[in-house]
Structure formats: structure tokens, C-alpha cells
Design a protein around this ligand. Structure first.
Ligand code: GAP
Length: 448
């Protein structure tokens, strides 16, 4: 039975093992900003890589894009973000703290008891100035979603990729939102990464494609190891829909603080392309040669947060177990996501063992993300690798010097097998892919 991870334990593990640190920590940190450490950056890269593979590389109907964070300010007028990307806020007349109107009860400030103002709309986009003059005409915004970079490039992509609808355009990149109530570690932050797909379809086929993408995206999390019982799908009520959405489903995850949105899959209809056609004066309709029709495509948008996915993968993989009377903390991460795939551990720093251990490390590090660790006892090193989710440890002992065989230890089952060094890559590769691997022929080789 897996231990339910509480947030404090996850935050502490992330700090202790180099996954995630508070931003600008030596200056006391910056509210809701986080830095990914040496282990965390690998996990985050793997999450993005898994998404990119599933969405772009393993399909022939989606292409990738990487657009600028700062865009023409008229983009945000067209998209509705200047008018509608707002939250109602109340301000305390004494201490001037601002609160989300729906997060306070009554008319008193939760901090000092002062009187609160009437709710006022607050735009969540970060503003800055482009160029040396700080004036109205030079205002630019940090994008609150990557999606608009895709919509304004729709025509460029269709023309250059020569692809027909249905066609998806995918992008991973930073987004910024001046959230009023950030929190829960990396769940809600003001700077985060989006993984967004805008899937352009013929109007009338949008409902089927929405169902399709909800199922696809749900399965993606399950394939990468998230327990099905910790995921659920929830359709938005009419009053919750974003200003651009005709329909929307959230994939929710049972986070340590309760069920919450992990990813949203929206039917944006023809809202965005219509708006950009109107505001730019450029006709963004699509000529469907097969149907002999011209129309503004509808868009199905699976939109996920990289950081929120990282948190879900960490929480789901977290476990505390008893092994031979000792407690161990382990991350049962899917091998594809594991930051380090293999750790090479010489039994000790003995001068005879080290050269062979270094030789093994050198063999493996060009194929797998490999760690080399010879500090402290072997037991403590195993615990450290368990805590960062390393699927396999390779141990070099004195017998290895005689027979050139090493021990592979499995993070989850704790089973150990001995394998000739010359077969190590092959065995590890099969194991990391989840293929059953029969080591007995290797033993036969040894006994000959
Ligand atoms: N383009 C559509 C869009 O941005 P959203 O529901 O606002 O939709 C999609 O965001 C996903 O982005 C969320 O499900 C969440 O995973 C992530 N996300 C949104 N705001 C976030 C924040 N402030 N911090 C971390 N992740 C966030």
C-alpha cells in the first residue's frame, strides 16, 4: 500500500535531493517562484520530452512551434485577455493587502480586520515596456498562455507544412500570470511552463475530437505511471467556462491537498482565429480542397502545465516502505521520467575497485543518464538513489575484478542479478523499456 505523500514531505525531499529549490533563496526567497536543481531539471526535461514525443513526434497530424514570449499588444486585445483575463479583487483600506473577492467572507480583511473595498477587476497579465521609454505606446505583456503564438502563426504553418486539416500545432514554453493566490509549492506559480496543443479541425467534427483528446491525454498520464484511481475527468459547468471556450473538461489529479486541475481540454470553437482575422485584417480561414469549402477551423486545445505535471508525477511516485526493518523513502517514477537511469556504485573507494567502476561508468554514460557515487556506505547510497527514483544501481565488488560481472539492483523489487559487463547496456536497455529480461543465458555463458 503506497503511503500518501503529504506536501511537506515532497517539498522537503525536493530540497534535500536537488529537485527544486526556493528561488533566490539566499535573499530569503521570492514568493511562489522556484528553481529546478540538478535532479529536478532532468525530471522536468523528461516530462516535456514524453509530451513532445506523444504529441508531435509519434503522430503525423501535429507539428511543433516555438514562439516569442512577448507579442504585439494587439494580440491580447484580440484574444480577449485584456478585457477578460481578470479576477475580482478587494483591497483592505488599512493594510492595503489585496484578496480575491471569492476567497474572503464578509467585509473585513482576514489579516488586520480592516474594512475592504468593493470588488474591482484585476488583470492577471504581467506588463512591461519594450525599449527605453516607459510610455503607454511601448507596453508589452508577458504571455499568459502559449496558445496565442500558435494562432497568429496558423497561416504560416499551414502554408509551409503543406498539411491538411485536422492539423495540430504544439508548443512548450514559459507563461506568466500575476496570480492572486499562488501556492501549494509548484502547483500554482506566477511563472510556469505550458505544454499546449491547438488542434485545428473542421467545424462539426469538434465534439468527436474533444472526446478523443480527453481520452488520449488521460491515457498519457496513466502510461507514465500515474495511478488511474488518482485521476478523474470533470466537465466544466457553463458558469466556469473561460471566455473563449464552448466546452471544457479538466483532467483532475488527487494532489496532496485534494482533487485539483492537472490539465484542461477545451473546445475553443472558432473564437481565436475569428478574433485574429477581425483585429489583424488578415483572412485566417482555411480552404478545404476535399470538401470544396472555405471555413474558419474549430480548435480543440489540450493545455497542460509542466510544473503541475511534475508535482503530480512526484506525488504519485512517492512512497515510504519498510525494508529489512529499515524505513526507506522511494520514488517509483516511470523509467522514462526517472532523472537518473543508472547509478554506478563501487562497493568502496578501494583502489582496485575504482578503475573498473570508472570503466563501467564510462561505458554507460553515453547511452543512459548515469550517476557515479562512491561516497558513504553502499546502503546509504542505495537509499539516496531510491529517493530520487533511480530504477537501477550497478554495483562493482571484489568478485567483479575476477569475473567481470556486476550486480544490477532493481529499485522497486530490490531483486539483484549478476550480469557480465559486456552485456550491461543490452540488459539495462531492455529493463528500462520494461521488457522482461531473462538473465539465465548470461549465467550459462559464465559457467562455460
Ligand atoms: N491556453 C489555455 C490555458 O492556459 P488553463 O486552464 O488556464 O488553460 C492550462 O491552463 C494548464 O496550465 C492548467 O491545467 C495547469 O496545469 C497549468 N497552469 C495554469 N496556470 C498555472 C499556474 N499559475 N501555475 C502552474 N500551472 C498553471
Amino acid at each position: 500500500m503506497a503511503a500518501k505523500a503529504d506536501m511537506e514531505k515532497i517539498v522537503s525531499l525536493c530540497k534535500r535531493r536537488g529537485f527544486i529549490f526556493p528561488s533566490s533563496e539566499i535573499y530569503g526567497g521570492l514568493s511562489s517562484c522556484w528553481d529546478y536543481g540538478p535532479i529536478g531539471v532532468e525530471l522536468k526535461r523528461n516530462v516535456k520530452e514524453a509530451w513532445w514525443r506523444a504529441i508531435v513526434l509519434e503522430r503525423d497530424d501535429v507539428v511543433g512551434l516555438d514562439t516569442a514570449i512577448m507579442m504585439h499588444p494587439r494580440v491580447w486585445a484580440a484574444s480577449g485577455h485584456i478585457d477578460s483575463f481578470t479576477d475580482p479583487l478587494v483591497e483592505c483600506k488599512s493594510c492595503h493587502l489585496r484578496w480575491r473577492a471569492d476567497a474572503v467572507e464578509g467585509t473585513k480583511c482576514p489579516k488586520c480586520g480592516g474594512e475592504l473595498t468593493e470588488p474591482r477587476m484585476f488583470n492577471m497579465m504581467f506588463k512591461t515596456f519594450m525599449g527605453p521609454v516607459e510610455e503607454e505606446a511601448s507596453i508589452v505583456y508577458l504571455r499568459p498562455e502559449t496558445a496565442q503564438g500558435i494562432f497568429v502563426n496558423f497561416e504560416n504553418v499551414v502554408t509551409t507544412s503543406r498539411k491538411k486539416l485536422p492539423l495540430g500545432i504544439a508548443q512548450i514554453g514559459k507563461s506568466f500570470r500575476n496570480e492572486i493566490t499562488p501556492g501549494n509549492f509548484i502547483f500554482r506559480t506566477r511563472e510556469f511552463e505550458h505544454m499546449e496543443l491547438e488542434f485545428f479541425v473542421k467545424p462539426g467534427t469538434d465534439k468527436d475530437w474533444l472526446d478523443y483528446w480527453v481520452k488520449e491525454r488521460f491515457e498519457w498520464y496513466v502510461k507514465l505511471g500515474i495511478k488511474k484511481e488518482n485521476l478523474r475527468v470533470r466537465q466544466h459547468g457553463k458558469d466556469e467556462l473561460a471566455h473563449y471556450a464552448k466546452d471544457c473538461y479538466d483532467i483532475e489529479y488527487l494532489f496532496p491537498m485534494g482533487w485539483a486541475e492537472l490539465e484542461g481540454i477545451a473546445n475553443r470553437g472558432d473564437f481565436d482565429l475569428t478574433q485574429h482575422s477581425k483585429h489583424s485584417g488578415k483572412d485566417l480561414s482555411y480552404y478545404d480542397a476535399e470538401a470544396g469549402q472555405k471555413y474558419i477551423p474549430y480548435v480543440i486545445e489540450p493545455s497542460a502545465g509542466v510544473d503541475r505535471s511534475v508535482l503530480a508525477f512526484l506525488a504519485d511516485a512517492y512512497d515510504e516502505e519498510e525494508v529489512q526493518g529499515e524505513k526507506r523513502t522511494v520514488l517509483h517514477l516511470h523509467p522514462f521520467l526517472a532523472p537518473i537511469k543508472v547509478a554506478v556504485l563501487p562497493l568502496s573507494r578501494n583502489e582496485k575497485l575504482v578503475p573498473l567502476a570508472k570503466e563501467v561508468f564510462k561505458r554507460l554514460c553515453s547511452t543512459f543518464v548515469t550517476d557515479y557515487d562512491d561516497s558513504q556506505s553502499i546502503g546509504r547510497r542505495y537509499r539516496r538513489q531510491d529517493e530520487i527514483g533511480t530504477p537501477y544501481c550497478v554495483t562493482i565488488d571484489f568478485e567483479s575484478l575476477e569475473d567481470r560481472q556486476v550486480t544490477i539492483r532493481d529499485r522497486d523489487t530490490l531483486a539483484q542479478i549478476r550480469v557480465p559487463i559486456e552485456h550491461l547496456e543490452k540488459v539495462l536497455e531492455a529493463k528500462l523499456k520494461g521488457e522482461a529480461f531473462d538473465a539465465s543465458p548470461l549465467w550459462a555463458t559464465r559457467q562455460k
